[in-house]
Design a protein around this ligand. Structure first.
Ligand SMILES: O=P(O)(O)OC[C@H]1O[C@](O)(CO)[C@@H](O)[C@@H]1O
Length: 431
């Protein structure tokens, strides 16, 4: 499998966007600063703290057994939340799109929304469904609740698959205990792999191997990006350079990191990036807010704000040169569209939007993939994992924990137990 990845940063430089821009010399002058950040990431890796990098050297043969098991089933349900499911969603959509017309059909239970379980149970035959229950902590309530409801439904309706149909992927906690007691096939999430960095661990690779994703080429692309990013030459290291660009733009008030793919198959990638960037860097008052927009669609809903609203954004365009399918635009009516293909239209819209954003002085970078396949997607995703680790070092924060989320979990538990009740004082009620 082949494919190219190109990172273009013309439109963050002064000669393109004026005083909002940075200079090549300015980047070069920060060489020591960025190489300390890069060295810190290497040191963390050597100390065994960065499982997402160690994942590149793991043997993928361990996924053959679950892939073999999956051949017995027609459907796959993935139960998880946050980093335990966003990576699989991003890669599966990246390769197969959103149609779910491929075999096996996949369904995601990634919220405690009872209607979503109802719709999923209507769509599958549970006796023909392989169910992944994924939680690094093993204690995430949404994931456990979804598992308990599905399991109870099967027991109550005496639904017995021909083969054991639950696979647990966890680092411990209650899910580990359940898997051991129930005798589920189980994959371990290593302690040093953070949830949002876990797509190339069993969290992503075990379900993806069952969804006909070429996990070997996905990891091969990640390894390629890792090899490229060994260099200390920031102008040859896209992850380090993009980390510095976002760091500098953040310091200049660009508090929103806007990701705008011009292909539908990268929309879920954007949702994966949203957790990675927000949960890693949103600490001690730091952090850009990641916003995902889809091109060309959101030119018709968001572009007015991007062009004429607050100058608080750095944009990232994602484009592909080749689509899996294409159509000529043919009509008897008089239109500029005649003689063109849809791919030419969407590519022209990306460039037109990029030009108008640049003329407005809004900093923007662009990643171009020759085509979107497992190899180029592996490069893209791993590149962002590395970029996030680098940016955490530039910001002098810990990019690998998420302490601030724990308080809301405690309060939710208290509400569930009735020790906190909702009180409304100022409200407008319409009957
Ligand atoms: O994989 P787990 O432990 O179920 O956690 C799911 C998600 O919840 C978080 O811990 C935040 O609450 C994320 O960091 C993580 O990806």
């Amino acid at each position: 499998m082949k494919g190219t990845y190109k990172f273009n940063f013309d439109n963050v430089l002064k000669d393109k966007i004026g005083e909002n821009g940075i200079s090549i010399d300015g980047i070069d002058e920060l060489r020591d600063f960025t190489n300390i950040a890069k060295a810190n990431v290497s040191k963390k890796y050597e100390n065994g703290e960065l499982g997402f990098i160690e994942a590149l050297d793991k043997d993928l043969d361990e996924y053959e057994k679950v892939k073999e098991l999956s051949k017995e089933f027609e459907y796959v349900i993935i139960i998880g939340i946050g980093g335990s499911i966003l990576g699989s969603k991003a890669v599966h959509q990246g390769i197969y799109g959103s149609s779910n017309t491929y075999h096996p059909k996949v369904f995601y239970l990634d919220n405690s929304d009872p209607e979503k379980i109802y719709e999923t149970l209507k769509a599958v035959k549970l006796e023909k469904t392989l169910i992944f229950v994924i939680s690094k902590s093993g204690n995430t309530v949404e994931t456990l609740a979804n598992y308990f409801v599905i399991k109870k439904h099967m027991d109550k309706n005496n639904i017995i698959p021909a083969k054991p149909n639950f696979v647990a992927i966890t680092g411990g906690g209650l899910l580990q205990k359940i898997a051991e007691k129930e005798g589920y096939m189980c994959y371990k999430v290593p302690e040093n792999v953070g949830g949002r960095f876990s797509v190339l661990s069993a969290v992503g690779l075990a379900p993806l191997a069952c969804l006909n994703v070429d996990i070997h080429n996905l990891v091969k692309g990640a390894r390629k990006m890792n090899d490229i990013c060994h260099t200390d030459n920031i102008f040859r290291n896209p992850a380090l350079l993009n980390a510095l660009i976002h760091y500098k733009m953040d310091n200049r008030g660009k508090k929103i990191s806007l990701m705008m793919p011009y292909i539908g198959r990268l929309h879920q990638f954007g949702m994966w990036y949203r957790q990675l960037w927000a949960e890693s860097l949103g600490k001690d008052g730091n952090g850009q807010t990641p916003v995902i927009a889809l091109g060309a669609t959101d030119q018709h809903s968001q572009l007015q704000l991007y062009m004429d609203g607050p100058e608080d954004k750095i944009m990232t365009f994602l484009k592909v040169n080749k689509f899996k399918q294409d159509y000529s635009i043919e009509t008897d009516y008089d239109s500029d569209l005649i003689e063109h293909k849809l791919s030419e239209l969407i590519i022209s819209e990306q460039l037109g939007t990029e030009q108008s954003i640049t003329e407005k002085g809004i900093p923007n970078v662009k990643i171009t993939l020759s085509e979107l396949n497992e190899y180029t997607l592996g490069m893209l995703m791993y590149g962002y994992e590395l970029q996030t680790a680098y940016c955490g070092e530039l910001l002098c924060i810990n990019a690998f924990n998420q302490p601030a989320v724990e308080h809301a979990k405690k309060l939710s538990h208290a509400v569930l137990k009735g020790s906190i009740v909702e009180k409304s004082y100022n409200e407008i009620k319409i009957e």
